[in-house]
Design a protein around this ligand. Structure first.
Ligand code: MD3
Ligand code: FE
Length: 210
């Protein structure tokens, strides 16, 4: 269940693990690094392929960044808004993602993409699958900061029942193996005031896009 580090790892289902508080001690350096990157590639509310503005504000860091517009979803090496490469993944964030993946059984996780999602109260993410990555063997590591959220963890099909998992500041989730293509989402964020992030939740998902 836990090693010498005393941090528990809980298995939600095969391939889906939560490491409560794994990023807590590094939250400030991670946030500082991400905010630095956001000065270069700012947050924006992307359009769905159907033309609707997403409630979550997004940006990216790493070699590849996920974008959505009327043409669909894809990974691109340059921010379409600046024409420049995305900022680097902050070292503290890269390290936390690697150690969490290793702890969850995924050795040598080398993320090349990090999607930055910022939620204000009321913002949500409806059930979807993450299937724009080339390498489905690699897990996805998610770092939650700021306001708490309820994570919705569904099945292989949209109509399957959904488990609700409460996540808070500093929690890290790892999704791989049989959980990698499961439907998932985030319930509308409730109002609150976090000491570091105020009335916001930030989620960082580290991925291997290529
Ligand atoms: C479960 N973001 O950006 S990340 C996303 O909190 C996204 O912003 C959510 O879903 C957020 O695509 C949750 C956690 C996550 C990522 C991939 C998964 C959970 C997953 C793939 C399979 C199952
Ligand atoms: Fe997702």
């Amino acid at each position: 269940m836990h090693g010498k580090d005393r941090k528990p790892l809980a298995v939600i289902e095969e391939g889906a693990m939560i490491l409560r508080g794994w990023a807590l001690a590094d939250a400030e350096p991670i946030l500082f690094g991400v905010e630095q990157g956001l000065l270069q590639s700012g947050l924006r509310q992307m359009l769905t392929p159907g033309g609707k503005k997403m409630s979550v504000a997004m940006s990216n860091c790493g070699a590849w960044g996920w974008v959505s517009d009327r043409r669909g979803y894809r990974y691109v090496s340059k921010d379409p808004e600046t024409g420049q490469p995305w900022p680097e993944i902050p070292a503290a964030l890269f390290r936390i993602a690697q150690t969490a993946a290793a702890k969850a059984g995924f050795a040598h996780f080398i993320p090349d993409a990090c999607l930055v999602n910022v939620y204000v109260p009321g913002a949500r993410m409806s059930l979807h699958q993450d299937k724009d990555e080339q390498d489905m063997e690699a897990p996805i590591v998610s770092v939650s900061l700021g306001l708490p959220a309820t994570f919705l963890f569904g099945g292989a099909e949209r109509r399957d029942p959904v488990k609700r998992i409460d996540v808070e500041h500093g929690d890290v989730l790892v999704w791989g193996g049989p959980a990698r293509l499961r439907y998932h989402g985030i319930a509308p964020i409730k109002m609150g005031d976090h000491p570091l992030l105020g009335a916001r939740r930030m989620n960082l998902t580290l991925r291997k896009a290529r």
